[in-house]
Design a protein around this ligand. Sequence first.
Ligand code: ARG
Length: 463
Amino acid sequence: MSNETKMWGGRFTQKTAASVEAFSASIHYDCRLFRQDIAGSIAHATMLARQELITDEERDQIIKGLGEIEAEIEDGSFVFRPELEDIHMNIEKRLSEKIGAAGARLHTARSRNDQVNLDTRLYLREVSQEIIDLITSLQQSFVTLARTYLGHVMPGYTHLQRAQPVLISHHLLAYAEMFGRDKERLVDGLKRINIMPLGSAALAGTGLPIDREYVAELLDFPVVSANSMDTVADRDFIIEFSSSCALIQVHLSRLSEELVLWATEEFNFIELPDSFCTGSSIMPQKKNPDIPELIRGKSGRVVGNLMSLLTLLKGLPMTYNRDLQEDKEPLFDTIDTVSQSLGLMAELIAKTTFNTERLATATSGGGYMTATDLADYLVRQNVPFRQAHSIVGQTVAYCIEQGKDLTDLSLDELQQFSTAINDNVFTVLTVEGSVNSRISTGGTGLARVTTALAKAEQVLGIA
Ligand code: ARG
């Protein structure tokens, strides 16, 4: 393409090198912003006409032309041209081809610097809501499963060592809670995404009599940005969003790790749906948890994308610099990865079953998981906690030596360690006694979990 046909070709005498065009084009990825770009241009043209910077006829031609371009892109007939660099210039060029002179007026009082900022904000506003909805579906999977298994126990772990018995539902609701925070972060980020940048122009604003508030109203933004220089330089909202997504993917990786472990022969706590597992080409007996493994693995790229974006911004002077074009690939990759992972995980969780018998055996047999309950019992018998801890430690050592469980001990045996123990001790040593005693707010006691579950069902709209 000769430089006269480029939107910025006027001051150039040499043709752009083909290698430069190839290197600097972003159209192969920023084409995904076409809807936002067109919506922004329609609002901009509407404002320009209202301010009498273009005529009503020109506005109508622009809007009609943009509508046709949108249809062309949607039906695949639009030809994206790398020599036109990006989505903004591809659309504008096509508009001029279609409507002639009026097309050339669209870019009045606008720069690609504020335009790209607007497009990304419009896009992230939608995507944030989509990811919030995907998280809600995942939470619904947890909560539905928590209802199914209400009352069943499993070992709770610290240091990956059996620690205390918990309800399966309590463990599942822990994840619903964790992902709930992710939603809150996205909702909070929307406050800083939802700011209208157009009118900042290249960096300093414009001398033309535009009405930014009107554009904000048309595009449903609650506010316009306050400083034109900050606006075209700002990618904080992208970094915040990517950071929220990185944490979502890290949360998914923690969940994945548990699923992988629980599906092993060694744990055998859950059965993953066959439709989400794959076999081995050499070992016929294998059923591999590839989906949780891949989701866990993909946290690498999502965290990496966040690092790319932070590094992209580091040391960048005011205001717009072409470096900023590099924000989109990591951002889009993060969006695609997190969205896919959330969708798959919601389905996977919904189809996972718990091996309740195995979990009950794992909870009662071995591991002395009610040791803390015995200590708490002693505290209620007025023994200071540190002393109680030591008494129980000695009792457990005795159990290990005798090959017995705490529940196997007779009252006489228990009383060797403390005379504060009497025959009402046995209820606290059982798994049920242990679980159901934990009725402090947020605890695993059945009464607490039942209330927490009902609340989660209500918040998530589950009947
Ligand atoms: N494609 C560019 C980007 O994504 C649009 C803004 C270009 N502005 C400029 N002055 N070259 O950042």
